[in-house]
Every structure is written in structure tokens, then in C-alpha cells.
Design a protein around this ligand. Structure first.
Ligand code: HCA
Ligand code: CU
Length: 397
């Protein structure tokens, strides 16, 4: 059943799934910085690469477990004894186990049948439980796994007393409707918590995480900027934006204003810019351009904004130096400059600005100069034009 979301725990996997992003190669120092930043933001869990992966992976995991963060530290391991024993030795608070359960992965990856999967999983889960730490078991490629197989696995694993089972859309194939259906089935079958992990191949990663929560998932895997295998998973900023819009109380305990810095930190570490369409942190996420929009936003920002930029450490911007500019935005900018334009003057300035901006966007300085000259009523022919690559913008806090 689709219902209200009551509570969400974020499992941030930037240091595991995010490390699988093609451009990621984190140094120890970068991993520690990212771990500290996410902890300061308030995520409940950090998931790190298995210590088996490489010597540095083990070294870094030990460093992070030694930081004494508030977030619980998980590592993501294959479902075998050696991997799990090494993980336990690194001082983690829990182990996230996985097994490929779809026909495709069973054939191409581990070649085990379901009985073997369940047998091995049971032994390994007991090992983690004996160490007194959390254990989660996830079915990789759950959306291409026979639902009857899935339910058999999840109910068997649940009966062992695990903290969570994981539902993974490994190939990003699911729609929100598919997620509602499958997570709803799992919710009805198990007592433990449910973690959802969704890839973004079909562009549904944020929507799918939300659908999972509406149907009984309790934990969502995210990464900063959504980085991960191929084009990644649910982004932290995206999940936070979506949850805020559903119910601000769900995210009130996070330090929301830290998000831009966290995204910047990770973008720099992997050598990319924050994508323009990132929720909350994209450069233009709070920039208004067309006259119709700016006119309304200048009266009441909520006309075209459902997220308050200030809450997230961002500012609002209204672009002026372009052909779609509206007269109200010009008058507003004039008043910021201490200039009152008459109706006739503002019409003339707007007309002139649009004509010039048809050739190329104008800079802030050029827009201000047009307004100043327009206020004097002169012909506006002698305004210095200093080309800039950026469109002009007037920042309104
Ligand atoms: C992987 C696969 C995984 C695991 C998710 C999970 C996926 O890269 O190891 O453990 O729930 O997408 O299935 O990231
Ligand atoms: Cu994944």
C-alpha cells in the first residue's frame, strides 16, 4: 500500500558505490574529508568499499572506523566468510551483504542455485551476528529476479533475525510503479527493515527511492551527486529535495545548508562540475530567467520556487541581460541601484536591452549602465559594451 513516509535513514554509499564511478579515485585524505562532511550533515550510515578490494581500501576503512563519527560505518562485502571476517576485524558497525539473484546474474556471475545461495548466506549472516554487529542482506538485480524466488530468500533471511534486507535495482530498470509493487510485497513478507538501492539508467533513481519509502522501505542508499557504476544511483541532494517536498519534518534533523559544500567537495574529488540539473546544488537551481517568472518571483518567490534556497545555503538569482527579460525585473534592479524609473523610461530600457541581448547576453555592468542612462532619458547609444561569457544576474537573497 502506498502511504505516508514516516521515517527515513540514509545509507550514503559515496565511499563504496561512488568509488565505482568511472572518474573516482579517492585518496585517503579525500575519503576522510568526505566521511566527516557526510557525518556533519547527519547521514545515519556510511557504506565503504570492502577491505578485501585492495590494501588501501582496508587501510582507509580502518581510518574511517577510527574517526569516531556519529554515523554508523558499514562495509559492503560479498557473501563469504573471508570477506566478512576481514570486515569485522576493521571495526565496522555492520556489514552489507549481497548476492546476485536474477537469472542473468546467477548465470553470468556466481553460478549457484537458490538453495546454495541460501545456505551460504545463512552461514555468513550467523558469523556477522556472532560478532554482535548489524547485518543486511541484499538481492542484487531484484527487479529481474522471479518474485517467488525473492520472497523465499527474503523470508528465510528475515527469519535469521537480520536488521535489514536490501532491494537493489542494479540495472536501473524499475519504474516507481514497479518499486511500489515489489517493495510492497517484501514489506508484507518480512518484519525487518528494508533498504532500497536504485540505479539511474532510466532516470528514475530519486522517484524510485521515494516510491520505496512510500511502500515500506526504511533505508535509502544514496551517493553525493549520485555517482556510481555507469550513470549512478539516487543522489543525496535529490533524495533530500524530494523528501523535503513530501514532508519537511523528514529532513529537519539534517544540516541542510551543508549540501552545497558536500557536493562541491565530491565534484572536485572526482574532477567534474556539479551538474546544472542537480537538485538544490546545481548552479542554476534557484535562477529565474523569463519575464513571466521573474515578475512573479519578485513579488513572491514561492510562485516558482518550492524549495527555499536559504534553507540549503543557496541564494536566489534573477537574470537580466537576456532577450526574455521583463520590465518588472528591470524596475526592480533599478530600485536596487537607488533609481526610480518612470513607466516610459522602464519601457525604453527594456526595449533597448532586448534589442542588444538579441545579439549576445549582456553583463551585469552593461545592464546597470543601460538603466542609469535610461534614467537620465538620454539616447543610450554610448554605453560601453564589455563582453563577458556570463549572462548578467542580479542576486536577491
Ligand atoms: C554492486 C552492486 C550493487 C549492490 C547494491 C546492494 C547493486 O556494485 O556491488 O548491495 O544493495 O546495484 O546491485 O551496487
Ligand atoms: Cu549499485
Amino acid at each position: 500500500m502506498v502511504g505516508d513516509i514516516r521515517n527515513v535513514q540514509v545509507v550514503d554509499s559515496t565511499l563504496r558505490e561512488g568509488e565505482q564511478f568511472a572518474l573516482a579515485h579517492f585518496s585517503t585524505a579525500q575519503k576522510l574529508d568526505i566521511a566527516r562532511a557526510l557525518d556533519a550533515f547527519g547521514v545515519e550510515y556510511l557504506e565503504l568499499t570492502s577491505p578485501i578490494a585492495s590494501p588501501q581500501s582496508e587501510h582507509d576503512l580502518r581510518q574511517v572506523t577510527g574517526l569516531d563519527l556519529s554515523a554508523r560505518i558499514l562495509t559492503h562485502t560479498r557473501c563469504n566468510q573471508a570477506d566478512v571476517l576481514r570486515a569485522i576485524d576493521c571495526g565496522v558497525d555492520g556489514v552489507n551483504l549481497l548476492f546476485g539473484t536474477s537469472r542473468q546474474l546467477r548465470a553470468a556471475s556466481h553460478r549457484r542455485d537458490l538453495d546454495q545461495v541460501l545456505d551460504e548466506a545463512t552461514q555468513v549472516i550467523r558469523l556477522v551476528q556472532d560478532a554482535g554487529i548489524e547485518v543486511r542482506f541484499s538481492c542484487e538485480d531484484a527487479f529481474r529476479t522471479d518474485p517467488a524466488d525473492l520472497l523465499r530468500i527474503y523470508t528465510t533471511i528475515d527469519a535469521l533475525g537480520v536488521e535489514r534486507v536490501g532491494v537493489a535495482d542494479t540495472v536501473g530498470i524499475a519504474t516507481p510503479r514497479d518499486v511500489e509493487r515489489l517493495v510492497g510485497l517484501v514489506r508484507a513478507a518480512v518484519r525487518c527493515d528494508i533498504e532500497f538501492h536504485g540505479h539511474n539508467d532510466g532516470g528514475c533513481a530519486i522517484a524510485n527511492a521515494h516510491a520505496a519509502l512510500q511502500t515500506g522501505a526504511t533505508h535509502i542508499d544514496t551517493t553525493v551527486l549520485g555517482i556510481g557504476e555507469r550513470n549512478g544511483i539516487t543522489s543525496l541532494s535529490g533524495l533530500i529535495a524530494r523528501l523535503y517536498l513530501s514532508n519537511p519534518a523528514l529532513v529537519a534533523h539534517y544540516n541542510l545548508a551543508f549540501l552545497p559544500d558536500i557536493d562541491t567537495l565530491v565534484a572536485r574529488a572526482v574532477g567534474i562540475a556539479i551538474p546544472f540539473n542537480s537538485c538544490i546544488t546545481g548552479e542554476t537551481a534557484f535562477t529565474h530567467k523569463a519575464g513571466l517568472h521573474t515578475n512573479a518571483v519578485l513579488r513572491d518567490p514561492s510562485a516558482y520556487e518550492v524549495l527555499d534556497p536559504q534553507l540549503f545555503g543557496r541564494g536566489r538569482a534573477v537574470l537580466l541581460g537576456h532577450r526574455l527579460v521583463g520590465r518588472n525585473a528591470i524596475m526592480h534592479r533599478a530600485s536596487e541601484l537607488g533609481i526610480v524609473l518612470s513607466d516610459e523610461q522602464s519601457r525604453r530600457v527594456t526595449r533597448e536591452l532586448k534589442a542588444r541581448a538579441d545579439e549576445r547576453p549582456l553583463s551585469d555592468g552593461e545592464v546597470d549602465a543601460l538603466i542609469r542612462v535610461g534614467a537620465l532619458g538620454s539616447e543610450m547609444l554610448n554605453v560601453e559594451a564589455a563582453p563577458t561569457p556570463l549572462q548578467s544576474r542580479s542576486f536577491l537573497q
